[in-house]
Structures are given as structure tokens and as C-alpha cells.
Design a protein around this ligand. Structure first.
Ligand SMILES: Cc1cc2nc3c(=O)[nH]c(=O)nc-3n(C[C@H](O)[C@H](O)[C@H](O)COP(=O)(O)O)c2cc1C
Length: 137
């Protein structure tokens, strides 16, 4: 059954922009073979990733990603069944957020910004996906 896993983590200082490119290259090379899609958001100090696909495959990928020393403090925010993919067109879409201070996002309400900061700190805010989709606009 189709599942979705969301996690947040802390980007290590060894994770340069060149390393981010390598992560996205690996994702695009590997995820398609497993029919995994999703999105990776990254700021100077944090990651937020959504993985969608077969449950066993996304959990196995998550366990593997957790061991990567380009990040730490990996926290699973949610793992649930979904009836359809939220990010079907991307093996791994990505978006760079230039700052950890999300006040620069002007098309969000104060509540949405707060929820977003909370999400990046590893808390499930209920409407996580709607929030992430807003950020991708
Ligand atoms: C934040 C983060 C997200 C990652 N996401 C993926 C991913 O979606 N798919 C993937 O194959 N590797 C991902 N990786 C990289 C893996 O940890 C690992 O380096 C990679 O799968 C090795 O595959 P390769 O030898 O084909 O490059 C991620 C790493 C980090 C730090």
C-alpha cells in the first residue's frame, strides 16, 4: 500500500552545496528504480524530506539515509498510508531555503510560518503536506 514518510534533520557543516547536489543525484538515480517520489527541502542548517512509495521501500531508504553523516538528529515526523502521491512528478524535487528564519516567506500567514518552523524542528503540525506545498510555490 502507498505510504508517505516525512522526517526532519540537522544539516552538518560538512554538507556543502556540492554535497547537496550529490544527494540529489543519488536520489534521482536510485528512487526511480524503487518507484519512490518526494521532495527535499534544505536550509543552511536543516533538512525536511518527504518520501512516498511502498512502505517497506521508503522505511528501508529512511533507515539508510539516517546513517548518512551529512546530517544528524534525524526525527521521523510521520509515517502513514496515502491514497495518492502528493509529489508524483518528482523522483526527488528540491527547494533551497536561503535562511533559517522563515520570516522571508511573504505569502504565508504568521500561523503558517510558526507551523513551518515547528515542522522543521521535527514536530507534526497536522497539515504538514499543505504547508510544504505552499513553500514550493
Ligand atoms: C538529507 C538526505 C537525503 C537523502 N535522500 C536520499 C534519497 O531520497 N535517495 C537516495 O538514494 N539517497 C538519499 N540520500 C543519500 C544516501 O544517504 C546515500 O548516500 C545514497 O543513497 C548512496 O547511494 P549511491 O551510492 O547510489 O550514491 C540522502 C542523504 C541525505 C543526507
Amino acid at each position: 500500500m502507498l505510504h508517505q514518510l516525512i522526517y526532519a534533520s540537522v544539516r552538518n557543516s560538512n554538507c556543502s552545496d556540492a554535497e547537496i547536489k550529490k544527494i540529489l543525484d543519488s536520489s534521482n538515480r536510485n528512487n526511480g528504480k524503487k518507484d519512490i517520489t518526494g521532495v527535499l527541502l534544505y536550509s543552511p542548517t536543516k533538512f525536511l524530506q518527504v518520501l512516498e512509495g511502498d512502505k517497506d521501500l521508503i522505511v528501508a531508504l529512511y533507515e539508510n539515509i539516517k546513517k548518512d553523516d551529512r546530517h544528524k538528529n534525524v526525527i521521523m515526523i510521520s509515517l502513514k498510508t496515502i491514497s495518492e502521491r502528493h509529489f508524483p512528478s518528482w523522483q526527488m524535487g528540491s527547494k533551497e531555503l536561503n535562511s533559517d528564519n522563515f520570516s522571508f516567506i511573504t505569502h504565508m500567514s504568521d500561523k503558517e510560518r510558526k507551523d513551518f518552523e515547528s515542522l522543521f524542528s521535527g514536530n507534526d503540525v497536522g497539515e504538514s503536506i499543505q504547508l510544504i506545498r505552499k513553500l514550493l510555490k
